[in-house]
Structures are given as C-alpha cells and as structure tokens.
Design a protein. Structure first.
Length: 511
C-alpha cells in the first residue's frame, strides 16, 4: 500500500473545524485525502438485538421504575435512538438497597469464599463467551472504536472477574495477620468512558470480599451494564447480590444519600466527586474516589523517538482521549522539539476517524454532544490564549459527535488547556530543558492521576518517578492496564485504589 504523506494544514483561528460534514457515516469512506484505502470492515451489529426498553435490575429481576419515567439512549456515531432506559428515583434506589441488604445478610456474606469465587469464575467465563456481542454493544452505545472495546475493554473485563475470583477464598492470605470482613452494601457510581470495565473494576472486588452491590451506570451508557445483569441471571448469582439502577445525577445522589449504603465507590468528574465527599462527611460510609486527571508525558532527548510517538499517540487518542489518565500534556525536551512535532503531525494524518464499528477505525465518536461542546470550547480557549492548533483536515460524518485528532503548540502553563481536563483527542505540547523543570511543570496542576516518562536511561526513570505526584506512572509505554496493578490518584484525582490487593482492601474491614 502506498502512502503519500502530505503536510497537515495548520488551521488559523477562524478555521477550527466544527465537526461538519462531507462523508456520511454509512458510506464508510475514509478520510485524510484517501491516502489510505482500506475496505470497510464493519462488525455485524444486526445479529445483536437491543430491546426497545431497559428496566431496572433489582432483587435479581428486571422491573419498571417507580417513577414511570424513561429516557433515550442514543448511538453517538449516528444520533439514532437505541432504546429507552428506566429512570430510577429515590424509591427505586431504596428498593435496590433493601434487596442488596437482604442478599448480604441472608446469603452472600454467609457463603464461604470458595463458593463466591465459583460465581465470579462463572461470570467471567460467560463474559468471555459473549465478548463479541458485549464489545459491539459497548461501541454502539458509547462511540468507542470496536478494536478498543473488543481487544482492550472486554478482555480486561473478564480478567478482572477472573482475578478477583481467585482471591475470594484466599482473603486471609491477601492481608497476612489480619482478619478481613465485608463492609455490607456498596453503592457504585460509574462514568461513560469504560462502561463495562468500570462496572467490572467495582463489582468484582466487592463480591469477592462478600459485599453486595447497587450500581449506577452513566446515563449515556447503560445498555451493557444491563446486559451484564442478564449474565448475572445466567450465572445464577443469588438475587439481590448485584442491583443495577439507571438514571442521571439525581439517581446517583439518591445512592449517595441512602443510609443503608456502607461503602461508596465513585469514578467520574472531580466536581461530582467533591459533592459526594461533602454529602457523606460525618457518616460512617467508606469512600473511594477516582476523579479527573491531566497527565504529563515527559519525552527526553535520549528516548527511542518512534516508539515514544506511538505511545504518546495511544496515550492521548485512545478512546478519543476520553480517559481520565489520558496523556493530555506532552513535555518535550527542547533539542528534539521540531523533530517530535514533525513526527506527530505525520502520525495524526494516518489516524482513521469514522464508523466505530469498523475494525479499521482508530478514532470513533465523542460520547455525547455536551462532551463534544466542552472539547470545542476548551480548544477555542487555547487558541484565543495564543496556542496554535494542528488538526488534520478531514471529512466527518454528517450525523454524530466527532472531533478529529489534534494537538496544540505554543501552550503555556497559564492556558486553561494546560490545566483543565479536556477529555477529548487533543494534546497540549510544551517544552522543558532539564529533568527538574520537567517534573516541576508536570506536578504543577491540581490533579495527580497518571504520568508517562520516555527515556533510554533507567536511572532517569527511577529518579523521576519518585518526584512525580501521580498514582500511576508508565515508563516507555502508556495506558497499560492489568487487574493485578492498583490504579488511582492523589489530590483532585481522588483517593483510594482500584485493582490489585489494594482494590480488595477497599471493600474489607481488617481486624
Ligand atoms: P462526566 O463529567 O464524566 O460525565 P460525572 O461526574 O458527571 O462525569 O458523572 C459520572 C457519574 O456520576 C455518572 O454515572 C453520573 O450520572 C453520576 N452523577 C452525576 N452527578 C451526580 C451526583 N450529584 N451524585 C451522584 N452521582 C452523580
């Protein structure tokens, strides 16, 4: 295949693309001046039926909401309505908490760990069997490219259930010298960027330790959580062990307020995380918060550059940048700045944006219109403050929420875009001279979730990782996840860890 590289155009302030429109999605034609000419390879979505209405999952059964209200869930790549989702009110949340309490007291906390483990293994295996269907649903509902939901999200979802299944009968070895006890009913509120994976991160350790769960998925991505509920039925998980209530912020707030909740686990925005922390202050509820981030990727002159560029691209454009640990700030050592910009410019021209169900697609749809508008506004603010936008000009589908991959140069620390979480496929590039300057600038934000270091020198990596204030630091790689590694942040990125032994500890009382 021949690639004719054309230099990317730098948009002037007025020419910032507005997401519109030449190639309708159904044409599945490719962008970027037809440099690439793959045949479209869309997943078959027609074999998976999405029922027109999704009810709440309470006490092992699907039930209509007390409120009688439903809201639409749409496909962000086409704006087509997919289904109606039940909106749970405080009475529904109360029923779910009561079902979870009953299951906790009568069954789940009484089961030996090895029996709980068997259920978790069974769930993991059913997830593996249905991985294709779940990946397609995740992509249709959330907009992420199928190659990510199929090759990253779903394998990790199953891996988390397998991993925590393995701990269920070994808890006393996980915490030597201590006696672990479950906490009771866990309220879990998750975001839309990794709907199934976030559910797995939270449900699997909670159940392994003997807790029961009331989980609320995000309002734009509830379909796969409810499909997971069917998997729980298929696995014959005892009634009420996991309850799923759907709805928007008010439903989440009803979980937070409910006196029958013993532990809250939240992943989402820093703003809502702070509200939750304030709402439960003075109660006995335990809390873990996984909030926003503004990760720095630090690129030294001695790094293997091509490998680093691939990692940096993955770090910012994976899931359209809608990842709390996305490497949205790049600090480049001055001597290699112009080479790096040339390479970045070339590489973003070859990223393919389009139908998320096409396995050739690198960049799918942004999850919702409000999110797209937030990205556009922050990019505009960067331009207004003097940064320069590089964005490959390309035709975008007529319908849906799209933002072509981009990077900003000439960014300074004073710019909003260097400090605020963008949650979109936009990288802010800055420079540094010395390692001291690099970590000082990387740390100079309110967040502390993740960071990346790119260098050939192991000693430099060790020196830097001790100085970076981030919960997860990748060296010469990025966005690598594993159920055995803890994940979480400092400062405005939250507290507590998910994954690994630390993720188990968050669901136990240790005597
Ligand atoms: P984002 O900005 O990424 O959408 P949010 O923090 O708004 O993140 O949402 C994350 C999750 O928190 C979603 O499930 C959402 O419905 C829920 N949520 C929003 N507001 C509240 C609230 N006040 N209390 C509890 N949960 C909330």
């Amino acid at each position: 295949m021949k690639i004719k590289a054309k230099p990317a155009r730098i948009f002037s302030k007025r020419a910032v693309p507005s997401s519109n429109t030449i190639v309708p999605l159904k044409d599945r034609r490719l962008n970027f001046g037809n440099k690439w000419d793959f045949a479209p390879a869309p997943e078959d979505s027609k074999s998976y039926v999405i029922s027109p209405r999704h009810e709440l999952f309470i006490g092992g059964k699907f039930a209509a909401p007390n409120s009688g209200k439903y809201f639409p869930s749409i496909n962000p790549a086409t704006e087509q309505p997919l289904t109606m989702i039940a909106s749970a009110n405080a009475a529904d949340v109360d029923s779910a908490v009561k079902a979870a309490r009953k299951a906790y007291e009568t069954v789940w906390s009484k089961l030996p760990g090895r029996e709980r483990g068997k259920y978790l293994y069974r769930i993991a295996r059913i997830i593996q069997e249905k991985a294709r269907e779940l990946a397609v649903l995740e992509t249709i509902d959330g907009g992420k490219p199928i190659k990510e939901s199929r090759d990253v999200d779903l394998p990790l979802v199953a891996a988390h259930f397998f991993y925590y299944a393995g701990w269920a009968d070994k808890l006393k070895y996980a915490f030597p010298g201590k006696l672990p006890h479950p906490l009771g009913v866990a309220g879990q509120i998750i975001p839309w960027n990794f709907p199934l994976l976030m559910a797995a991160w939270k449900i699997a350790p909670a159940l392994a330790c003997g807790n029961t769960v009331v989980l609320k998925p995000a309002e734009t991505t509830s379909i796969t959580a409810l499909r997971l509920a069917q998997i729980f039925q298929e696995a014959e998980l005892p009634e009420g062990v996991v309850n799923i209530v759907t709805g928007a912020g008010e439903t989440g707030a009803a979980i937070v307020r409910h006196p029958g909740i013993n532990k809250l686990a939240f992943t989402g925005s820093t703003e809502v995380g702070k509200q939750i922390a304030a709402a439960i202050a003075g109660t006995q509820k335990k809390l873990t918060l996984e909030l926003g981030g503004k990760a720095a990727n630090i690129l030294f002159e001695d790094a293997p550059l091509d490998q680093a560029i691939e990692g940096i691209i993955n770090g910012i454009y994976f899931n359209q940048g809608q990842v709390c640990c996305a490497g949205s700030r790049l600090f480049v050592q001055e001597g290699i700045y112009s080479t790096v910009i040339k390479k970045l410019r070339h590489r973003i021209q070859t990223l393919r944006i389009g139908n998320p169900l096409d396995k050739n697609t690198d960049i799918g749809a942004i999850n919702s219109r409000p999110q797209l508008e937030k990205i556009r506004a922050l990019v505009q603010s960067g331009i207004a403050e003097g940064a320069e936008l590089t964005q490959t000009p390309c035709a975008l589908p007529e319908k849906g929420y799209w933002f072509a991959p981009a990077f900003l140069t000439g960014v300074t620390h004073a710019h909003r875009v260097a400090n605020e979480e963008i949650f979109g496929p936009v990288l802010s590039v800055m420079t540094f001279r010395t390692p001291e300057e690099a970590f000082e600038r990387a740390n100079n934000i309110p967040y502390g979730l993740s960071a990346g270091v790119w260098t050939d020198k192991g000693s430099k990596i060790f020196k830097l990782v001790h100085k970076l204030r981030a919960g997860v630091i990748w060296a010469n790689t990025y966005n690598k996840f594993d159920p055995t590694s803890p994940f979480g942040g400092y400062r405005e990125s939250g507290f507590g860890r998910e994954g690994g032994l630390q993720g188990l500890a968050a669901y136990c009382r240790l005597d």
